[in-house]
Design a protein around this ligand. Structure first.
Ligand SMILES: Cc1ncc(COP(=O)(O)O)c(C=O)c1O
Length: 387
């Protein structure tokens, strides 16, 4: 029997950034939204809200606060008070507000690369100094895997380093960090008085049930020095609707973030709140169907790359719908991004934008119907065979 996720939905006729960026002959497999309809209860909630006809501000929602507190407690073992939640229009603005609220201009912001590229913009926009530490690349069974270089991370810290921007699950490398790894990260933050801002936007898109661990859940000490960023946007495919949530237990830090947000007119959007509330309340059955579908896509992609892309090594993502492909051994005259765009008509993300360690890589979004994924993989294989 087919899956609801097999349906090919024309997005070119919508305002989709993903489908408008490249020319029409290119299959877009880049920016991180999925080519699936959102859960029906979300669509219905939006429909009812649209029918109301009056679209004023909606800064907050007690129901959404309660749903989030419950979800974080039951799924992520994270105890948060409803008043610790800050509603924002998206997650990147949360990264930026937190970066600006910690320390002073010129302070160092630590992160492990390759990293989701807006992290770099946030550091420069807030006049901070990037302290980037490459992850350790390993190979296991022909697959690419990354680990945190704890010694290098600690060695890079100076008295001016005030903030660790962390990503778990980690885009683009697909790791869902283990408790032991997170304990080491937390230990470093505590010993060096760093605030950790943990972007956990992909926390529901985990292939091993229960394997997401929020760093803030490890101890009251690290919780007090943490900001956890979450959103329904990746989980339920609502990226265009605009909602991000910052969990900030520390009263002073939260006050600094909310004051700047208020002064800059930054607040959540009404459709984001309506959709996010419906998604967290009624979207779980949809998510329970999505994850096996994404897992099969992931496994198909990994098998296909191993069988048909000689010289390319992929990650086996533990989370996210993003694969990270090492194309360095191909020794292409151009970047692999340009090669696959020109020769395969497949639009990927250029690994170089993800910072040190990203050159020679591409990121591939497999959050799409299986036939579309196969189309993309076959195009890429054909391009590799004729080069
Ligand atoms: C790790 C991570 N953080 C943040 C975002 C962007 O979130 P938003 O659109 O809410 O700013 C993404 C989107 O791909 C992401 O992967």
């Amino acid at each position: 029997m087919g899956s609801q996720f097999d349906e090919l939905i024309d997005r070119r006729s919508s305002d989709s950034a993903k489908w408008k960026y490249f020319s029409p002959d290119v299959l877009p497999m880049w920016v991180a939204d999925m080519d699936f309809c959102s859960p029906e209860p979300v669509i219905e909630a939006l429909r009812q809200r649209i029918d109301h006809g009056v679209y004023g501000y909606a800064f907050d929602s007690a129901e959404l606060r309660d749903l989030l507190v419950e979800r974080l407690r039951t799924r992520h073992h994270l105890e948060v008070a409803p008043e610790h939640l800050v509603f924002l229009p998206n997650l990147v603005v949360g990264l930026s507000l937190v970066t600006g609220a910690v320390g002073q201009r010129g302070d160092g912001v630590l992160m492990a690369t390759p990293m989701y590229h807006p992290f770099f913009n946030v550091v420069s926009v807030q006049d901070r100094v990037l302290v980037d530490v490459p992850l350790i690349e390993t190979r296991q069974n022909g697959l690419l895997r990354y680990e945190i270089d704890f010694d290098a991370l600690e060695a890079a810290i100076t008295p001016q380093t005030k903030l660790l921007l962390f990503c778990n699950p980690h885009n683009p490398i697909g790791r869902a960090y283990t408790r032991a790894e997170l304990e080491q990260v937390a230990d470093i933050c505590l010993r060096h008085n760093l605030i950790v801002c943990s972007d956990e936007i992909h926390c529901d898109l985990i292939y091993q049930a229960g394997s997401h661990i929020s760093i803030a859940s490890l101890s009251p000490e690290i919780a007090a020095r943490s900001v956890t960023l979450i959103a329904p946007s990746k989980t339920f495919n609502l990226a265009g609707l605009g909602l991000g949530i910052a969990v900030i237990p520390d009263d002073d830090l939260r006050a600094r973030v909310t004051t700047t947000a208020m002064n800059m007119g930054i607040h959540a959007s009404m459709p984001g709140i309506v959709a996010g509330t419906a998604a967290y309340r009624d979207g779980q059955p949809w998510l329970d169907e999505l994850m096996p579908y994404l897992r099969d896509n992931r496994d198909l992609l990994v098998d296909y790359v191993q069988a048909h892309f000689p010289g390319v090594v992929t990650t086996l993502p533990e989370a996210t719908f993003l694969a990270w492909l090492d194309c360095r051994a191909l020794e292409l005259p151009e970047s692999p991004y340009q090669f696959f765009l020109d020769k395969a008509c497949v639009g990927l993300n250029d690994g170089a934008i993800f910072g040190r360690g990203g050159q020679g890589f591409v990121r591939l979004n497999f959050g799409c119907p299986r036939s579309m994924l196969m189309d993309g993989l076959e195009r890429m294989q054909a391009a590799l065979e004729t080069r």
